[in-house]
Design a protein around this ligand. Structure first.
Ligand code: ZN
Length: 304
C-alpha cells in the first residue's frame, strides 16, 4: 500500500459536553431565531454546535411560515470563535456529514484537519450563506475569528455599540480564519491591518466600512432585529431569495468563491507548517494563551 494511503488510528480524546442543546431554536412571529447556546464558553463553536446550527438552518428553510432568520448568541458575547480549548472540544469526534466529504477522524497528517474543515467550516458557511431566506446576525460583545464567519454569512449584521470584531489567528501563523471573506467585508488595506495586527475592530468602525448595517445597544438589539426581520417578512418570499442570490452572485463574480478557495489552501498550508515545526496545528496556541495575548494587547492599546 502506498504510504500516503494509509489510514490513521482515530485519536482518542475525552470530550465533556456541558449541554445537550448547543443551539436553541425559537420561532417568534415570522422569524426563526437560531441561538448559539454555550454562554459559559462564550459560544465557542465545537462540532456539536456547527452540526446543530446546520440542522437549525435546515429546519428554518423547511418551515414555510418562517420568512427570515435571526442568528444570535446567548450571553455576554456573540461568539469567541472555534472551540480550541473547552472540555467540549470535539475535533476528534465523528459525525454524519452534510457535505460529500469522507470522515476525517481516520485521516493522517494534514489530511485530518483539511477534511474536517472542508465540512464544518467552509462547506457549512457557504451553505448557510446561500439559504433561500434573508438572514440577520445580531452581534453583541465579542465576534472573534470563527465568530466572524457566522456573522459574515448572514445578509445583514446588526451590532451593539459595545460589539467588536477580531481575527487574531495571525498569532498562530495562520492568515485568517477558514471562510476568507475579509477582503470582501472590508477594504483590502483595512483587511490587511485587521489580520496582520489582529486588533479589535469596534462596531462603529466596522459600521463606517459598511461591514455592519445598523448599530444598536444591548437593550434594543433583539427588538431591532425583530423589527427588521418582520419588515422583511412582508416582502415576497421569492423576491427576498432572488435579491440575496443576485448580490451573492455579484460577490462571486468579484472572485469571492475563488478567493476563499485559494485562501483555504493557504490556511491549511499554515496548519501543516505549524504541525511540522511544532507538532501543533495552532502554532502552539490554545484558548488560554490566545485570550491572554489578546487581553495584553488590548490593555496595552488602552494604556497608550
Ligand atoms: Zn483551520
Amino acid at each position: 500500500m502506498n504510504e500516503l494511503d494509509r489510514l490513521a488510528e482515530p485519536k482518542q480524546a475525552e470530550i465533556v459536553y456541558e449541554t445537550d442543546e448547543p443551539v436553541r431554536y425559537e420561532v417568534v412571529g415570522p422569524l426563526a431565531h437560531i441561538i448559539m447556546n454555550r454562554p459559559k464558553y462564550n459560544n465557542a463553536q465545537n462540532s456539536q454546535m456547527t452540526y446543530a446550527l446546520d440542522a437549525a438552518f435546515r429546519r428554518a428553510v423547511d418551515d414555510d411560515d418562517v420568512r427570515a432568520i435571526v442568528l444570535r448568541g446567548e450571553g455576554k458575547h456573540f461568539s469567541a470563535g472555534h472551540d480550541i480549548g473547552t472540555p467540549g472540544r470535539d475535533v476528534t469526534a465523528s459525525w454524519d456529514r452534510q457535505m460529500l466529504v469522507p470522515d476525517h477522524t481516520n485521516k493522517p497528517g494534514a489530511e485530518f484537519l483539511y477534511t474536517r474543515e472542508h465540512e464544518v467550516y467552509i462547506g457549512m458557511c457557504r451553505r448557510w450563506r446561500d439559504v433561500p431566506k434573508p438572514t440577520i446576525a445580531a452581534v453583541q460583545g465579542a465576534c472573534v475569528a470563527g465568530g466572524l464567519m457566522l456573522a459574515w454569512v448572514c445578509d445583514l449584521i446588526v451590532a451593539t455599540d459595545d460589539a467588536f470584531f477580531q481575527d487574531p489567528v495571525n498569532r498562530m501563523g495562520i492568515p485568517g480564519v477558514e471562510y476568507f471573506a475579509h477582503g470582501f467585508e472590508l477594504p483590502p488595506r483595512i483587511a490587511k491591518e485587521f489580520i496582520l495586527l489582529g486588533e479589535r475592530l469596534s462596531a462603529e468602525r466596522a459600521y463606517n466600512f459598511g461591514m455592519v448595517n445598523r448599530l444598536s445597544t444591548r437593550e434594543t438589539l433583539l427588538a431591532d432585529v425583530q423589527k427588521i426581520g418582520e419588515e422583511l417578512a412582508t416582502r415576497p418570499r421569492l423576491g427576498n431569495w432572488l435579491t440575496k442570490q443576485a448580490l451573492n452572485h455579484v460577490e462571486d463574480l468579484r472572485g469571492k468563491r475563488t478567493a476563499t478557495d485559494a485562501h483555504f489552501h493557504m490556511h491549511h498550508f499554515a496548519h501543516a507548517q505549524s504541525d511540522l515545526v511544532s507538532q501543533n496545528s495552532l502554532g502552539g496556541m490554545d484558548a488560554k494563551s490566545m485570550a491572554a495575548a489578546n487581553k495584553a494587547a488590548a490593555a496595552e492599546k488602552k494604556g497608550k
